[in-house]
Design a protein around this ligand. Structure first.
Ligand SMILES: *Cc1c(COP(=O)(O)O)cnc(C)c1O
Length: 432
């Protein structure tokens, strides 16, 4: 063991051998890490060690590779949270200088909201503002409208969305006191009514998102809550989660639209930008003018504001939605694909890679929408050891992500761009 320790090169020697290319301090730091790894291997009883120079050169090369990379999403999950949710449309958003807060007509200072304000107004018929994400929207609404007071929520809607976003926790941080009403499976408007006191600031409804109850269930409608809210002078706020801006029921997707919630009488709604809207990570708050004005004046609004790249991408998504230019909005384009259209593409891919079958299956909406929201599709199942294929594809460049079911690797072209099909075929050939 001592012999092996002695054989390790010194930091200076090794850095010199590795040559330049990165700042000297960085090379030294990486070199120390390599030598530390090797010492740990020796202590663990390893007899044959990898070449220190090769290890160092690999590490240094790795430093210039981009970590956040494009992947081919062949899972068929349209809003895949691990793969960045909604893929974005081409955007004119300049990362360079822009008129972000500059009014080109007057030559004076402008507002960054001006790029999305009129679009939201036209789409929803009420004013709206944007913040960093759906969670930030919920926080801002509760903080401004209910801090120091009470918010009434049904026990059936105290959900956790994932990655630590829990309604009771965010409520506590906002300074509002949660008042739970009803039962897990059933809550009536009378339950809210009985809980109203002079400290009540909001009646809140939460979309149960990726969670579903079956059987003997019931919840108060927005109409009922709105009537109660009006009678008692308490605003009704709905966290819609996904918040579709168009009716997707012709495609088998049953998500409430934002407009229907507002029409039914919600005073304020919030939803995410990167779910069914098909934009970047953002949160939208829209509703009664006086409430939106209050949110805008809250100091946290500045802390939760959007970056110019995100504003550009949101503007693009909202504009395509307003003009119903679905072909330009990837999420909508994918949802609207029929199983027959996908089958044609799947059969072409299967023929190209050979030894692959095409089988019927389901794509998923994902992204916190109702779990059983599945869309019919056709899947390509390349023959071969599923776990080997899956790993080879995942570790390739570009990485291809599929899913394994019943010992078969399944690839769903719903979420693959037609331009990516040649790359995908090549990746499958290489993986075999
Ligand atoms: C997704 C979701 C959120 C959180 O939105 P993010 O944009 O992920 O922060 C909040 N509430 C509901 C009901 C959701 O579905």
């Amino acid at each position: 063991m001592q012999e092996l320790f002695r054989l390790l090169p010194s930091v200076d020697e090794l850095v010199l051998q590795a040559g330049g290319g990165v700042p000297h301090e960085l090379a030294v730091q990486e070199c120390r890490a390599v030598l530390e790894d090797l010492r740990a291997m020796i202590r663990a009883g390893e007899k044959t060690l990898p070449d220190p120079l090769t290890l160092l050169q690999d590490r240094l090369r790795g430093l210039s590779l981009t970590s956040l990379r494009r992947v081919i999403n062949a899972t068929g999950v349209v809003l895949h949270t691990n793969l960045g949710r909604a893929p974005l449309a081409e955007t004119a958003s300049p990362g360079w200088y822009s008129n972000l807060e500059y009014d080109l007509r007057t030559g004076r200072r402008g507002k960054r909201d001006s790029h999305t304000e009129s679009l939201l107004d036209r789409l929803l018929g009420v004013p709206g503002i944007l913040v960093n994400n759906g969670a930030a929207a919920v926080f801002l609404a509760l903080h401004e409208l209910a801090s120091g007071g009470e918010v009434i929520v049904s026990r059936g809607e105290l959900v956790e969305i994932g990655d630590g976003f829990r309604i009771p926790d965010i409520m506590a941080r906002s300074g509002a006191v949660l008042v739970e009403v009803g039962t897990t499976n059933r809550t009536r408007v009378e339950d809210y009514e009985r809980a109203i006191t002079d400290r009540t600031r909001l009646l809140m409804r939460v979309h149960p998102s990726n969670f579903r109850m079956q059987g003997f269930t019931g919840r108060a409608s927005i109409e009922e809550l709105a009537a109660l809210g009006k009678a008692s002078g308490v605003p009704v706020y709905e966290d819609l989660g996904s918040g579709s801006l168009t009716d997707l029921s012709p495609f088998g997707v049953n998500e409430p639209t934002v407009q229907s919630s507002l029409r039914a009488g919600a005073d304020l709604v919030s939803f995410s930008g990167d779910k069914l809207l098909g934009g970047p990570q953002a949160g939208v708050l829209a509703g009664r003018e006086d409430l939106v004005q209050r949110l805008r004046r809250n100091p946290m609004f500045r802390a939760l504001r959007l970056d110019k790249l995100v504003i550009g991408a949101m503007e693009t998504a909202l504009r395509h939605t307003l003009l119903q230019d679905w072909a330009a909005l990837p999420v909508m384009r994918m949802i609207r694909l029929t199983a027959d259209e996908i089958k044609v593409r799947a059969e072409r891919l299967a023929a190209e890679v050979e030894a692959a079958t095409v089988v019927p299956g389901e794509s998923l909406l994902g992204g916190g929408s109702t779990p059983e929201q599945a869309l019919p599709t056709w899947l390509v199942a390349p023959e071969g050891d599923a776990s080997v294929l899956e790993r080879q594809l995942r570790e390739g460049d570009p990485a291809v992500i599929g899913r394994i079911e019943a010992d078969r690797l399944l690839l769903d072209l719903r979420t693959v761009r037609p331009e990516e099909e040649a790359e995908l075929a090549e990746a499958i050939r290489k993986a075999r």
